[in-house]
Every structure is written in structure tokens, then in C-alpha cells.
Design a protein around this ligand. Structure first.
Ligand SMILES: CC(C)(COP(=O)(O)OP(=O)(O)OC[C@H]1O[C@@H](n2cnc3c(N)ncnc32)[C@H](O)[C@@H]1OP(=O)(O)O)[C@@H](O)C(=O)NCCC(=O)NCCS
Length: 335
């Protein structure tokens, strides 16, 4: 049986930085509230003047990942694209990336698992490589949140949290046993689907119907989040799925060299760190700079940790995510 390893990673965030004070200028919020509840200081937002979309940011991250992997785009056998904010209702961003990278008729698969999207994508890529069906898979997580948030005071508990950006990884077949992606564990629990959701536009809330039936104060086409319920579920599921991954590989918490939690909220990461008694240098956080970039958050953090020399050959790296669905998952990687 084959194994897969990450051969290269890349990230891209739009240049435009939006600080907490900037948001306080357009809604009733303040820097102290945002920092205290989420740890976020600033995030990046696409502007009308730049050429960024979910697909094009994904392409920018992918180009860096391909270059670092030293793998030609023509050798990519599968594209997996994770996002909750695609450019179009359909088709998905995977085929847009394929066209923009000028890759011919390889399959392009779109993953709809929100904050867990990158780990789901990584798992799909890993399975295809393990079975021998594909050799090189490009996995992208990218989000354009700023285009769809409610920046009035009504939307403040959601809109201050999210940021735009993209991350990508090129996975390749490896013949080195005990290295690369050791395991992935995925879960979902659909009964909580609406606790963190964007219901329209959809076939349930199609645009003409939204305009006809919904008063301004109850618009279903802005994200809804039951924040405290999400927080409580996140801390439980993060812990469970990290332990599940460790156990499956006969590892213990002490074996973790770097934990990269999905950047949902700094308080959630700190809760997990405290629970597992991990020192600061074994947990990577960058939500302070980027906010929650959903499917892009793990690949952005992984890329940045690697760029900063915080992940070295032979390290045991654990990725964990939780988000809308609810969905959650972990990946254990021997670097
Ligand atoms: C969203 C979250 C930060 C809110 O924190 P919280 O402590 O639960 O805050 P609450 O929603 O109870 O709101 C507390 C007060 O702050 C106010 N508030 C909400 N957003 C605010 C903002 N941006 N600025 C200022 N005040 C705000 C509320 O209106 C409320 O006021 P009230 O007490 O007068 O009613 C927190 O619930 C959270 O992080 N949850 C998890 C979210 C997450 O991880 N999502 C992604 C999952 S992948």
C-alpha cells in the first residue's frame, strides 16, 4: 500500500487589512470586545479594486504550493477544492482552478464541509493516493467571507470573526513507510446543521422568494451562528478527534510536536492547549492576523508554521478542525 505526504504548501491573503477599529467605524463594536472574545486583531478582506475571488486566491496559493513541491501542474491527477463561499452557486471552484492553472481533463472535486473542509479534502486526497489511483493531488481551501457578511450592527457577532484568504497543499505518493499522512478521522452530526449556517440563496430560499417573503430584519442570506452552542460543541469535538487520531497511531499527547487547530477562536485553541497541557511552542495560532478563514485556516496556518521553521522533518504534526455541519476531523502527519 502507498502512503501520501505533503510535498509543498502555499498561502495567499488579500493585501487589504481590516482592523477591529475599522469595523468599529461601521458597526457598534470595539477592539476590546473582539480581542477578548476571539483573540482577533485584524483580518484581510478582498476589495473591489483587486482581482481576488475564492477561485483566484486558491490559484495563487496553489501556484506557490506547486513550485515548492517541485511538481508540474500537468502532473496533478486530481484537484480538491474546499470552500463555503464559492464564486458561483454552480459549478464549483475546482473547475475554475483547473482552467486558471491550465490543467487539462483531470477530475476536480468540490468539498462542502466548511471549517473542516481542508481536513476532509486532505482525507479524500490521501485515500486516492493510498489506493494507487492517483499520484499527485492538489488540495485547496479558500474563502471570500467579506463578500457575504452582514456588516451592520445586526451581524456583528458573526462578521467580526471571519476573514478572506486561501491555502493549498500538494500531496504526492510516498514510498517511505511511517512518514506522511498517518491517519485522518472525519465526523459529522447533521442534527446541528442550522446552528451555524447560511440558508439562502438556496432551493429553500431562492432569491425572488427571499425578497418577497422576508422582512429586512430576518434575512436568511447572511450567516447565522449560535455562538455559545458552537463554542461548547467545538471544545468537546476538537479534544475527541485529536485523541482519536493519536490513539489510532499508538501516540500520546506528549508525542505531538505541533498542533494546528482550525483557527475558529483563540479561546477555543487555548482551551484545547490547556486541556492537553501543551506548551506554547507546540500549538500554532495566527487567528490574531487573519480571523477565521474557515476552509483556508488550516492550510494558511500550516504553511506559515512551516515558513517560520516551526515544522521540521520528522515532526509529529496534528491538524484538527470543527465547524458548520457540524463537521469535525483530524489528521496526524509525520513530517
Ligand atoms: C461568537 C462569540 C465570540 C460570542 O461570544 P459570547 O461570549 O458567546 O457573546 P454573546 O453572543 O453571548 O454576546 C455577549 C454580548 O456581546 C454583544 N456582542 C456580540 N457581538 C459583538 C460585537 N462584535 N461587538 C460588541 N458586542 C458584541 C451581544 O449583543 C451581547 O450583548 P448583551 O449581553 O447586551 O446581549 C463566541 O460565542 C464564539 O466564539 N463562539 C464560537 C464561534 C466559532 O468558533 N465559530 C466558528 C466555528 S468554526
Amino acid at each position: 500500500m502507498y502512503t501520501s505526504r505533503i510535498a509543498g504548501m502555499g498561502k495567499y491573503v488579500p493585501e487589504n487589512i481590516v482592523t477591529n477599529d475599522d469595523l468599529a467605524g461601521i458597526m457598534d463594536t470595539n477592539d476590546a470586545w473582539i480581542q477578548e472574545r476571539t483573540g482577533i486583531k485584524e483580518r484581510h478582506h478582498i476589495t473591489k479594486e483587486d482581482d481576488n475571488t475564492t477561485a483566484t486566491m486558491g490559484v495563487k496559493a496553489a501556484k506557490i504550493a506547486l513550485e515548492r513541491a517541485k511538481i508540474s501542474k500537468d502532473d496533478i491527477d486530481l484537484i480538491v477544492f474546499a470552500t463555503l463561499s464559492p464564486d458561483y452557486y454552480f459549478p464549483g471552484c475546482g473547475v475554475q482552478v483547473q482552467e486558471l492553472l491550465d490543467i487539462h481533463t483531470c477530475p476536480a472535486l468540490d468539498v462542502r464541509n466548511q471549517c473542516s473542509g481542508f481536513i476532509y479534502g486532505l482525507s479524500v486526497a490521501d485515500q486516492f493516493i493510498k489506493t494507487g489511483m492517483y499520484k499527485n493531488v492538489l488540495v485547496i481551501g479558500s474563502e471570500n467571507h467579506s463578500g457575504g457578511l452582514d456588516f451592520s450592527t445586526r451581524g456583528r457577532s458573526v462578521s467580526v470573526i471571519f476573514g478572506d484568504g486561501a491555502g493549498a497543499a500538494v500531496l504526492t505518493r510516498s514510498d517511505k513507510e511511517g512518514h506522511g499522512i498517518l491517519s485522518t478521522h472525519l465526523h459529522s452530526e447533521g442534527k446541528h446543521a442550522l446552528e451555524l449556517s447560511l440558508r439562502g440563496p438556496s432551493t429553500e430560499y431562492w432569491v425572488p422568494q427571499i425578497l418577497e417573503e422576508n422582512p429586512q430584519e430576518d434575512i436568511p442570506y447572511f450567516p447565522y451562528m449560535n455562538g455559545q452552542f458552537v463554542f461548547k460543541n467545538a471544545v468537546v469535538r476538537f479534544s475527541e478527534v485529536i485523541m482519536e487520531g493519536l490513539k489510532a497511531n499508538n501516540l500520546e499527547v506528549a508525542d505531538i510536536d505541533m498542533l494546528i487547530p482550525h483557527q475558529a477562536n483563540l479561546r477555543i485553541s487555548q482551551f484545547i492547549q490547556k486541556k492537553f497541557q501543551l506548551p506554547d511552542d507546540k500549538v500554532y495560532n495566527n487567528i490574531q492576523k487573519y480571523g477565521n478563514t474557515t476552509a483556508a485556516s488550516i492550510p494558511i496556518a500550516l504553511t506559515e508554521a512551516w515558513e517560520e521553521g516551526k515544522i521540521k522533518e520528522g515532526d509529529m504534526v496534528v491538524l484538527a478542525a470543527f465547524g458548520s455541519g457540524f463537521t469535525w476531523g483530524s489528521a496526524v502527519i509525520k513530517w
